[in-house]
Design a protein around this ligand. Structure first.
Ligand code: 8Y4
Length: 280
C-alpha cells in the first residue's frame, strides 16, 4: 500500500512513524519549545535521523478543554516551520489543521498531507484539500476538544466509529480526493472514555480492513496513563508497547513523540511479518 500526497508517494509496505512536532505555546508535552522555527527544524532533523517518515506539525492544541487559536495565529505558528523543514529535509510533512486558509498556506510552503481531527468537516477545507491533491488523514472525534471528554457516549463504539470513517472516506472521495490519498484514524482520546479507547484498540483490525492506511495516535495519551498509572512524562514505555500492539493489529502510520523507540518497536514487529524464507 502507498499513500498519495501530491508529488510524493509514501511507501507503506510496513508501518512507519509520524513524529509529533508541536508548535503550540501551551503544548503540555513539549512546553512550547518549538515556537522558534530554528528549534523546530532541529527537532524535525533529529526525528528524520531517528527514522520518522512523516513530520506532523500542529499549531492548534487539541488537548481536552482547549479552544482553537485564530487563523492568523495558527498561520504564524505553522507556516515558517513547514517552510524551514521543506527547504532542508526530504520528508513528508503533514499539518494538523481543519481550516482552508491554513491548508492553502502550508501546501504552498511544502506540506504534502493534512491531518485533520475534524476529518475535513469544513466544506472549504475539503474543497482546498481536493483541489491541492494532498494526502489526508480522516480522524474520528465525538464533539469538539473543548467539551469532548465530558460525557462520551456510544452504543457500539467500534461499529459506530468504523461506519463513520467509511462514510467520511466516501464523502471526501465524492468531493474529488483520490482513494489512494486517504488514511483513516479512530481518534484515540477524542470523545472517548477509557473503555471506548480499549475497545477500539482491541478491535483495531476491523479498521485496517476498511481499505485505507490506518493511522493511530496513542503516544503519551490519557489511556496510557490510565493503564500504567504514570504521569504524562513517564508514559514512553507504555506508548511504545501500544505502538507495537497497534502495528501488529494492522496500523500502518503511528503518530509518536518518542521516535527512535517507536521505530525500534516497529522494526521488531516488521521482521516477524516478513514472508517465510526471506530471513536467515
Ligand atoms: C499526552 C500527549 C496526552 C498527547 C494527550 C496527547 C491525534 C492526532 C492528536 C491522533 C491523529 C494528543 C493531532 C492529541 N492526536 N492526529 N492529533 N491521531 N491523526 N494528545 O490520535 O497528542 S493531538
Amino acid at each position: 500500500m502507498r499513500l498519495r500526497c501530491r508529488s510524493r508517494l509514501l511507501p507503506l509496505d510496513g508501518p512507519v512513524v509520524m513524529g509529533v512536532l508541536n508548535v503550540t505555546p501551551d503544548s503540555f508535552s513539549d512546553g512550547g519549545r518549538f515556537l522558534d522555527p530554528g528549534a523546530a527544524l532541529a527537532a524535525a532533523r533529529q526525528m528524520v535521523a531517528d527514522g520518522a517518515r512523516i513530520i506532523d506539525v500542529g499549531g492548534e492544541s487539541t488537548r481536552p478543554g482547549s479552544v482553537p487559536p485564530s487563523v492568523a495565529e495558527e498561520l504564524r505558528r505553522v507556516v515558517p516551520v513547514v517552510r524551514a523543514i521543506a527547504a532542508e529535509l526530504d520528508v513528508l510533512i503533514s499539518v494538523d489543521t481543519s481550516r482552508a486558509p491554513v491548508i492553502e498556506a502550508v501546501v504552498e510552503a511544502g506540506a504534502g498531507m493534512i491531518n485533520d481531527i475534524r476529518a475535513l468537516g469544513d466544506p472549504a477545507a475539503l474543497e482546498a484539500a481536493a483541489r491541492l491533491g494532498v494526502g489526508v488523514c480522516l480522524m474520528h472525534m465525538q464533539g469538539e476538544p473543548a467539551t469532548m471528554q465530558q460525557a462520551p457516549f456510544y452504543g457500539d463504539v467500534v461499529g459506530e466509529v468504523r461506519e463513520w470513517l467509511r462514510g467520511r472516506a466516501a464523502a471526501v472521495r465524492a468531493a474529488g480526493i483520490a482513494a489512494d490519498a486517504i488514511a483513516v484514524d479512530p481518534g484515540f482520546g477524542f470523545g472517548k472514555a477509557a473503555a471506548h479507547n480499549l475497545a477500539l484498540l482491541r478491535s483495531l483490525g476491523s479498521f485496517a480492513t476498511l481499505g485505507y492506511p490506518l493511522v493511530v495516535g496513542l503516544s503519551r495519551k490519557t489511556l496510557i496513563g490510565q493503564l500504567t498509572g504514570r504521569a504524562v512524562g513517564a508514559r514512553q514505555a507504555g506508548s511504545v508497547a501500544a505502538a507495537a500492539i497497534a502495528t501488529e493489529r494492522g496500523a500502518l502510520i503511528v503518530r509518536a513523540h518518542d521516535v527512535p523507540e517507536t521505530v525500534d518497536a516497529i522494526r521488531v514487529g516488521a521482521a516477524l511479518r516478513e514472508p517465510p524464507g526471506e530471513q536467515a
